[in-house]
Design a protein around this ligand. Sequence first.
Ligand code: S3P
Length: 439
Amino acid sequence: MNLLIHPTERLYGSTAVPGDKSISHRAAMFAALAEGRSHVRNFLPGGDCQATLGVLRGLGVAIDELSPSELLIDGVGLHGLQEPAAPLNCLNSGTTMRLMAGLLAGQRFFSVLSGNPQLIKRPMGRVAEPLRQMGAQIHGRQGGKLAPLAIVGARLHSLDYTLPVASAQVKSALLLAGLYNEGLVIVRQPGPARDHTERMLAAMGAPIGVLGSVVTSERPKQPLTPLDITVPGDISSAAFLLAAGLLAAEARIVVTGVGVNPTRTGILDILRLMGADIRLENQRQEAGEPVADLVVQHQQGQAPRLRGVEIGGDLIVRAIDELPVLAVLATQAHGRTVVRDAAELRVKETDRIATVVAELHTLGAQIEARPDGFVVEGPTQLHSAPVWSHGDHRLAMALTVAGLAADGPVLVEEAECIPDSFPGFERVLQVLGARMEDS
Ligand code: S3P
């Protein structure tokens, strides 16, 4: 499926975005480990989270989908998962594979985690290696670094591990393994990776300790309590709408109910540095997470004059999934934007440094790859051209936003990956006034 996007001057309206991807994965997995029935609302019905549901079902967990975004999950308890009869298919979802590797390492059975061709190229040594240090038996291609991963359940022992890169997926895998270990798991983080796992497991009664950047987990003494939650909207999805609003000549967009956990709001800080101010209204707490409505608003002739920024360090970790759309904004900002310390982008769904640079080049942007990021000179007028998503949902959406600001139609090829994280993206943009159609 291809999307044809036409330049759009005005965007108006109020919309929600689907549930947060990271929180949805965790809600399903942790609910499966609780004793009793969990109720999860605003679950992300995207491809990645469907992969998690499929894996949990393969482990014997009963999940009743009242609707694609409302689930009843019958927790089987920490020791109630069953040996799967077939390999567990994580589809395209790195979060599913890495968190499940941690969860499965300490079970009493054998399991295999596999996925689609894109996922089985992504590095799994980063979870397998520290899990092996705990006694896990994990085998895979290339000396255990690539999926499929074969996991022989084992007795796990203590671990004191410093993450070489700030990764919430690796941290979460180790914390989950910690629920099955005979001592204490200590994870030391070099940066502020998202903390949804710590918040949710602690709220369920698991013994999770947080002291600054050090997180610990150990075997719970009581069963985990079931969840009754409404997943906040995904700020990583909201970012595309905010960016579209900032690039429009005239806009008033309200994105309601968005999770604004400080480990996720790097994009708001970056936009502020660029000269745009996104208003947070109606701030509240939901599911143990801060939530707000995000507003971007300006009249004709008063769009913020975006300026180039230099970003690196902790800000990158807090905005890692938003860097493709930041690159698009940078093409319209005045001056030079430099993104560094972002080598992690090279091991996402695609090598996002290479793919973002290649596709924005095609649209006429002045953008150059660096080993750990990219440099953009702006502003440049983006031109009408066909571009390719490379099967990467966030690249497809970033290119759609670029299309709204181009001087003629932009065709985004292979856009069917968008629902991996944002089902309904096209419809939401159309409702806001964007001119786009399937082609
Ligand atoms: C995620 C963590 C991040 C992020 C990914 C989701 C999570 O990856 O890029 O989209 O849910 O834990 P890393 O942990 O590899 O940095």
